[in-house]
Design a protein around this ligand. Structure first.
Ligand SMILES: C[S@@+](CC[C@H](N)C(=O)[O-])C[C@H]1O[C@@H](n2cnc3c(N)ncnc32)[C@H](O)[C@@H]1O
Length: 258
């Protein structure tokens, strides 16, 4: 579940990242969760929607199909190139979430899906969201809490260590539980929080679990022998239709105050 293109080795992990994001987009409940975000944003004909950290640009295309004037920004040039390739005719630009190249009040809707956990200062992004939104504009933040990954396994204690070690490799692993506070702190009202849980039982999700163990080894939190035993348990579960991974995903929304 490593979802960042940054790699100290210098290798380009973008194709792999896009493949993971595509798989996540196809996961049970993902389409409904995106549709819910457009509903919470009040997307209608002519809504000016900005998707920040847009990745491959799917949400921009979907919101555009609903009649919005939708645009996507991402700090990663490769992501923007992929978004342009996949969704020609839509507006995409390279930009930082904390320095958006738009005038005050330029947008009616702001969306950041699986993005704020990558930011060292998510508050700066929220301040920028408030700035570019028109009064009464809506913001929706979506993401998982990386400490809260529910996996069935023989060794529950080792599972907890592995999940937390993977979470510790994320810049802001617990930002999702702060979404509500961040919106309130930055002048948003009518703040609400919802959670949907992706329940993944198909064997093809096994790499998400084994990836956690690999990350825990790299972090020095578990030995390779421990990771191998834990992985073997997960492989056996997948082979006997007993794989179980559940990821609660939080969606917080708010209205920009006047
Ligand atoms: C996990 S991906 C999610 C992409 C997309 N929102 C989705 O739901 O598929 C996170 C994206 O946020 C982008 N990102 C991370 N930090 C950013 C920042 N400070 N400003 C703009 N984009 C950022 C990354 O380049 C990446 O494309």
């Amino acid at each position: 579940m490593s979802i960042t293109a940054a790699d100290p080795s210098g290798r380009d992990h973008r194709p792999a990242l896009l493949a993971v994001l595509d798989a996540v987009d196809r996961a049970p409940g993902a389409a409904a969760s995106r549709a819910r975000s457009y509903g919470l944003l009040g997307v209608a004909e002519g809504t000016r929607l900005l998707d920040v950290g847009c990745g491959g640009g799917l949400a921009v295309a979907e919101a555009g199909a609903l009649g919005a004037f939708a645009a996507g920004v991402d700090r990663d040039e490769g992501m923007i190139a992929a978004a342009r390739r996949r969704h020609p005719g839509h507006a995409f630009a390279v930009a930082e979430a904390t320095a958006l190249p738009y005038a005050d009040g330029a947008w009616d809707a702001y969306r950041a899906d699986k993005v704020l956990h990558e930011l060292p200062d998510p508050g700066a992004a929220l301040a920028e969201a408030r700035r570019v939104l028109a009064p009464g504009g809506r913001a929706v933040l979506t993401g998982q809490d990386w400490d809260t990954c529910v996996l069935d396994a023989e060794d529950g204690r080792l599972t907890r260590t592995i999940v937390h070690a993977r979470a510790d490799r994320v810049t802001g692993p617990r930002v999702a539980r702060r979404f509500r506070g961040l919106l309130l702190d930055h002048g948003f009202g009518e703040v609400g929080v919802e959670v949907t849980t992706a329940v993944l039982t198909d064997a093809h999700w096994l790499p998400l679990a084994t990836g956690l163990a690999e990350a825990a080894v790299r972090a020095g939190a578990v030995t390779s022998e421990q990771a191998a035993a834990w992985t073997a348990d997960q492989v056996a579960r997948a082979a006997t239709d007993r794989f179980f991974l559940a990821i609660p995903v939080f969606t917080a929304s708010g209205t920009r105050g006047r």
